[in-house]
Design a binder for this molecule. Sequence first.
Ligand code: ADP
Ligand code: ASP
Ligand code: MG
Length: 813
Amino acid sequence: MIILKFGGTSVGTPEAIVKTVDIIIEASEQKRVAVVVSAFGGVTDALIQIAKAAAAGQPYTEALQKIIRRHCEVWQALLPQKTSSESTIEPLLTELQDIITGISLIREVSPKTLDLVTSFGERLSASIIAQVITARGTHAEYLDARSVVVTDHQFTRALVQKEITYENIQKYFASHPNLQVITGFIGATPNQATTTLGRGGSDYSASLFGAALGAGEIQIWTDVDGVLTADPRKVPDAFLVESLSYEEAMELAHFGAKVIYPPTMVPALESHIPVRIKNTFHREVPGTLINSVPTVSEQPIKGISSMKNIALLLVSGGGMVGISGIAERLFASLAKEQINVILITQASSEYSICLAIERSQAERAKEVIEAAFALELQSGLLNPIKVEDRVAIIAVVGNGMREKPGSAGRLFQTLGKHHINIMAIAQGSSELNISAVIREADEERAIRVLHDSFFFPRKKILHLFVIGTGLIGGALLEQIKNQWAALKEDQTITLRIIGIMNSQGMILNPNGIDLSAWKQTLSAEGLSSSLSTMIETIRSLNLPSSVLVDCTASEEIAAKYEEILKCGISIVTPNKKANSGSLARYQTLKKTAKETGTWFLYQTTVGGGLPIISTLRDLIASGDRITSIEGVLSGTLSWLFHSFTAGTSFGALVKKAKDQGYTEPDPRDDLSGMDVARKLLVLAREAGLQMELSDIQVESLVPEACKHAASIEKFWQCLPQADHVFEERRKNSTMQGKKLCYLASLKNSVATVRLEMVGPEHPCYNLSGTDNLIAFTTDRYREQPLIIRGPGAGAEVTAAGVLADIIRLAKYS
Ligand code: ADP
Ligand code: ASP
Ligand code: MG
């Protein structure tokens, strides 16, 4: 016998039910099986809401009709040949409606009534599924668990009386050999009042039936591949855990891994029945096997789980020191009120005890403790009870922690490194789990960083927000997409694009945007573009290692860099606006990055993809002293002057450069020399000089007459007038055996950008294409300068340079 349990996620839609029924029929052809089902996904929540609304005199009819319609639609979709009069669900739906009407009339819903209301979810679902299976040719019977599962009177979380329940189940199955489709989650008191076993309790029902019938395996079919290393909705890198011990599974579940309900393990463990978690939608995946065999794994831990909506209560005072029985009284008072304590820590001084409980019970717990210790509080032996609201618990779980020291250290270190404050910590005496209480706002970031640190200790995950998808931004996204496979293989770096923004709109996805379809997603689902919303989202998502990649030339964005760095977000950019703006801003940004532990990388602001800035930094960092920097820093001007040979006119050459796409839309931006001056300024500052743009002597190549041309057309018309000036300079240099070259130079703290003549001995004499060239003369490179040469512009190489900065950040941050 095998028990197959299908959760709400497996019976949420007609398509899912078809898959579920396929699995049941196939299994029943091989072995005797019994099936336990949950309510359709979301139905239990909806029923609770409806009952509460009815009791509060609020509107509920629409929600109730929706539930009714949903069941009828599934019925009609899967059992079309049945007429509605044959429908067994109709009486159930009518009864449900009557009960809700009753609640709305008496304006009250007790836990007992609530259990009766929620029981309809499982009763409807099991009843429909039994008929669908029968309609497919395998005779199946509906079993209402209330006729066999006997519980106490703790409505909404009733305790099962196992002995009598097992006996009932065995008797029932002995006389009912057909396939049973059983309602999960529900039971009844000895006097037939409907009870439920706690939210998520269908797993427990399956385990009970398994234990009673001596099943060979209990299979929990759900919508994930098994138990994963963390909740996949919170940690996109979570992966399948192949096997767990019952204890490990119980700990993970206790601290929030909803995939299994913690008590489920108890009957299975008692009867040594393996539990397997499987995915209804990926049947071929083997899933997770939970049994008593302790498994060894490379990592010390098996998984990380977390719980929100927790409150921390601090009971402290001198009256607790050395006095026995305080803890006992404390827990007894809470237990009496059925307040469930999730975690306890006591300082070794015995001066304080910290308790974590569900937030909804915090007020009540405080009152209970205050009543139990009224005298001690009055006399000052105990301090007023403190409640910390809005906290979360994260727990790392695994058998391996027993043998391997250092897990607690790693947990502290990782959280500390990411500025996540630990408010309390507890380690189970079995060393199976370490749990920490943190601020609720840090919960998601905490599990992500812990997941990385425990499972991918050598891997760095960066969360990227890309602004600007023009030539460079577009090429960058394309390169990241193409590198995807290689980066995935790389055990050290993962790049995840969380946000993309351009002037048309923006998209955000905390789990990563699919780069193969980002354009379609942007046009179909994009929000309107807003820099402030983007920054606010980056801040509130609070993802570890967030990086803003600014691929624009926008001053508006550059103006926000300081604010962005202050939020702990690094910046990578080819935008020169910030680092070649005022010295004060440059210095503030550098200082802010240092103080906040972030990075501000802008390699591509000089020489596109060429490693100019990084080389300069390496030289300085290794103790070298720069004596001069000289070179050609404009691909456009590089091309213009080495193409300027006898018989060509300068004006025509500029036009040709424009036509070939080498110039800015307005070539005056290239010819003015200001772009080169800004690049030189960046290098000067990088070399340690406190320089402003106005300190650089710049020779503009825009002829005086054309400077004020009203339009580009006018500029083209007047440009040839200056041809003879350039021609004269060319002839002059040729006569001296030299060539013209637009050089940037920094020597003895003097920075100049101008057209010069260079002889064959000069490294820039033989430039070709749109090559840039930079020569560093230093103490070490005294005789021969250190030269970097190559294409200094172009979307592809610049994007590659931006990517190199991103990778650098991942490697060294
Ligand atoms: P069902 O309706 O099948 O009972 P649940 O919603 O109760 O399904 O549980 C499955 C969900 O549990 C998954 O969709 C997943 O989001 C969540 N979950 C939380 N933690 C984990 C984990 N460690 N491994 C797998 N799933 C988890
Ligand atoms: N339907 C119940 C719930 O949603 C029980 C279950 O799904 O396990 O809590
Ligand atoms: Mg569940």
